[in-house]
Design a protein around this ligand. Structure first.
Ligand code: 5GP
Length: 190
């Protein structure tokens, strides 16, 4: 009963939602990650085209907008576009899996509107803005400017939590990952 279903993980960047999504893909059967298109640069060598993202030029991204290839797309940070491709969802459902998304808050709400009851929308919370600052600086991949942009945006995004189906506080990873796993398994079972 996984094909036709969608699990949406949204949160400010630095909340640890990407680690939660990776954990779920490894531990819950029949989940396929929706690889987004984006125009930002790759972070180091560990990010792979066609695995983490489809890294596109701005021109290619704009062409896909013109072709109506996206369910939703957004300029998540000034000059950096991110979007969910329609053909990704079909690819995953055709393989008999449920699709799982790692998107920002606005994108998550757009996807929830699109999929309706076929989707479970989970908001991942950080314990506090201080913890978020620490996590983003520890990642060591952000410039001072990019860091403060992300924090500013996070403070705004926290306000949208009530519009999600459920939230998970990501403080202790072993607790939050277990809770996320329970929620997803329950949703997929019905
Ligand atoms: P990052 O640059 O840290 O990989 O991602 C920045 C933000 O963009 C994250 O919150 C991530 O979840 C979000 N994001 C990734 N793909 C998409 C997408 O397809 N659509 C939207 N709206 N946001 C996305």
């Amino acid at each position: 009963m996984s094909a036709g279903k969608a699990i949406i993980f949204s949160a400010p960047s630095g909340s640890g939602k990407t680690s939660l999504v990776k954990h779920l893909i490894e531990h819950v059967p029949n989940l396929g990650f929706s690889i987004s298109a984006c125009t930002r640069d790759r972070r180091g060598r560990h990010e792979v085209h066609g695995k983490d993202y489809y890294f596109l030029t701005q021109a290619d991204f704009k062409q896909k907008i013109d072709e109506d290839a996206f369910i939703e797309w957004e300029e998540v940070y000034a000059g950096n576009f991110y979007g969910t491709l329609k053909e990704e969802i079909q690819r995953i459902w055709d393989s008999g899996k449920a699709v799982i998304f790692d998107v920002d808050v606005k994108g998550g709400l757009a996807l929830k509107k699109y999929f309706g009851d076929q989707a479970l929308a989970i908001f991942v919370k950080v314990p506090s803005i201080e913890v978020l600052k620490e996590r983003l600086s520890d990642r060591g991949t952000e410039s001072e400017e990019s860091l403060s942009r992300r924090i500013f945006k996070a403070e705004f995004e926290m306000k949208f939590e009530p519009q999600f189906d459920v939230s998970v506080v990501n403080d202790d990873f072993s607790v939050s990952s277990r809770e996320a796993e329970r929620l997803v398994r329950e949703f997929l079972a019905h």
